[in-house]
Design a protein around this ligand. Structure first.
Ligand SMILES: [Mg+2]
Length: 297
């Protein structure tokens, strides 16, 4: 999938996303350091801000470390659904970042928190088995593969990671759901994620396709939905929303989500989703207008 295609895919599911609540000022700045006078707390997206795939974005580990050293509060707010938390922390460390485990707020955490409020069920799981079951030890999950009974015996479905998901599995899930409708919980609402070579298709894409063809309304955990920001606010304690910014490369998840949560927003224009493109057109046509546009994180 290319970014213009991904943009249109997000536009086509706007009825399932929060409505826009604010029009930002769209001030063009160079990078995060230009915000130090007016911002105390930075919520950072990961893919497209900290890293592209498995590489840190040039100069960003140093810049973040500088912000931390002058007392700025940095929280990661990421739609990372598929990675066990400990593995994710190792990944950030290897990329050159230094964050406390509790300051990394993920859609996986938001989903697991959400499940604790529901009666326990047998879940069919979309996830990569080789990453292990850490964080999920207390949940009854069956990895979904090519065996139809795995689908038919599930009481609900968790969509966490789609790296090994296939069209065959998607068809089996759809077939099972058409015969017996059940709840879908999505631990990563993203449609795509930027990788070194193009974009990968993420669980949100499969969830929206299920919704389109079955009429089931999946429950989404992560940006742009409020549940992940509520976890971040809980971690933060007292904060001033006027001096807190959500920084990310996606209009439909980071900027829309930040605005829904009542925060300032900054779109990264030079990396990730809109890398190599002009952002003015997408901002105008989506009506999702950030407060700041930063060339680099
Ligand atoms: Mg991103």
């Amino acid at each position: 999938m290319q970014s213009n295609e991904a943009f249109l895919a997000y536009e086509s599911v706007r009825h399932r996303l929060p409505a826009t609540s604010k029009i930002g000022e769209c001030r063009y700045l160079l990078n995060l350091e230009d915000l130090v006078d007016e911002i105390d707390v930075f919520f950072l997206d990961a893919f497209g801000v900290l890293n592209i795939g498995d590489s840190a974005i040039n100069g960003v580990p140093e810049r973040i470390s500088k912000l931390q050293s002058i007392g700025k509060k940095i929280l990661i707010v990421s739609n990372a659904g598929g990675f066990p938390h400990e593995l994710l922390m190792k990944k950030y460390k290897n990329l050159g970042y230094n964050f406390a485990s509790e300051d990394v707020i993920t859609s996986r955490k938001a989903l697991l928190k959400g499940l604790t409020n529901l009666p326990s069920k047998k879940y069919g799981l979309m996830a990569t088995k080789s990453l292990g079951r850490a964080d999920l030890e207390n949940i009854d999950v069956t990895y979904l593969s090519e065996n139809m009974t795995e689908y038919d015996n599930s009481e609900a479905f968790l969509l966490l990671g789609s790296a090994v998901w296939t069209e065959v599995r998607q068809e089996m899930l759809l077939d099972s759901l058409r015969r017996n409708s059940r709840p879908i919980y999505v631990g990563n609402p993203d449609i795509i994620a930027p990788r070194e070579e193009g974009f990968s298709v993420e669980p949100g894409s499969f969830a929206h396709r299920i919704a389109d063809s079955t009429g089931i309304s999946p429950e989404f955990f992560g940006k742009p939905f409020k549940n992940i920001f509520d976890l971040a606010f809980k971690r933060l304690g007292d904060y001033n929303p006027e001096r807190t910014v959500m920084v990310g490369d996606s209009l439909h998840t980071d900027i829309l989500g930040g605005q829904t949560a009542g925060l300032k927003t900054a779109l990264i224009s030079g990396h990730g989703f809109f890398s190599g493109q002009n952002v003015d057109g997408p901002i105008a046509s989506s009506g999702i207008v950030p407060d700041f546009i930063l060339k680099d994180p």
